[in-house]
Design a protein around this ligand. Sequence first.
Ligand code: GCO
Ligand code: MG
Length: 427
Amino acid sequence: MVALPSMKARDGRRAGQEGEAGLVMAEIISARVIVTCPDRNFVTLRIETADGTTGIGDATLNGRELAVVSYLQDHVIPCLIGRDAHRIEDIWQYLYKGAYWRRGPVTMCAIAAVDVALWDIKAKVAGLPLYQLLGGASREGCMVYGHANGATIEETIAEAVRHVEQGYKAVRLQAGVPGLKSTYGVAKPGQRYEPADGALPTESLWSTEKYLRSVAPLFEKAREVLGWDVHLLHDVHHRLTPIEAARLGVELEPYRLFWLEDPTPAENQAGFRLIREKTTTPLAVGEIFNTIWDAKQLIEEQLIDYVRATIVHAGGITHMRRIASFADLHQVRTGCHGATDLSPVCMAAALHFGLSVPNFGIQELMPHTAKTDAVFPHAYGFRDGMMHPGDAPGLGVDIDEELAAKYEYKRAYLPVNRLEDGTMFNW
Ligand code: GCO
Ligand code: MG
């Protein structure tokens, strides 16, 4: 009979280093947090094992970055030293259950960073690109959607045409709202779209009535110019009530959207029943979700079609795989958040995840600046409207720490939003 490796209790906290037969150990000897601002802020965790293998994970929480830095440095890293990097699930459970205070964006970002760094290490040790460890590729690549935005319908559609010419199979359309000075998702003149734009939150004004009048004409024109072979998406950014969202969904039905995103805030998951009863426009929700519990009812009752939770904000690859498996049972597909505030480390992880899960839907792509790309050299690439994580061992992304050190952290907030009468509203 084959002797099993000893299950004898260790000191209860640390992985044993006694080298029991059959146990492959990768002792964590250090972990540190790197903060950098190559055009915008990013937080990265690097974990190192005794044999010199390192893995990285994204820990960026836009506008609240330093809270995650402290959570990692002050509370997580001391518990990691000496543990076996291969015990990814056990470390995940240790950090989640062991904190007593469960869930929340700060906690789940920190857990995600550890989880992704550990998967990176495991895949490097195996000498395989991470997706191979997740079951292998389920498709040739991950379809992505690009962002077309502009002050007017014409500008937005010109941008969409440019995307289609570049090979995009799916494009999100956001246009300025006549009568509003600025709108979510629309870049300032001459700049690329970057939401975290102030050392203190900038304030914008919102009118639901003006907005609702502007959306259908945008998509009517878009179908006229772009035809029907391209997927079109739109983000409402949490700004409607369920009944308003239902009305918009119905109005957009003739234009066959791929999805309508975040039509209403999702804390009250039952609120989606009303939207769902009224419209067949597909719905995508979840970029601010941090655990499966945020989406449980939405998925179980099939109130949405795409879940937008992503690696960095929802507990890493380990937890995202749990969300995807649960969603798959209910024919809900993935549509991971991929704005510029998610670092290239998160993008790489999302692509390994997306390539491997059976119910991948689409991946958001908002390209990073050249400065960001230089700090995070990566193996992933774009071709014919799809992205692939590449075949380098591990995640296939690194952080150039010397270069990163040149870009000091700069406090930056997301904007806030008020109704025209001054009432604080959802941004
Ligand atoms: C999206 C999002 C982003 C968020 C941003 C917040 O659909 O990509 O809505 O633009 O607003 O990621 O940090
Ligand atoms: Mg969004």
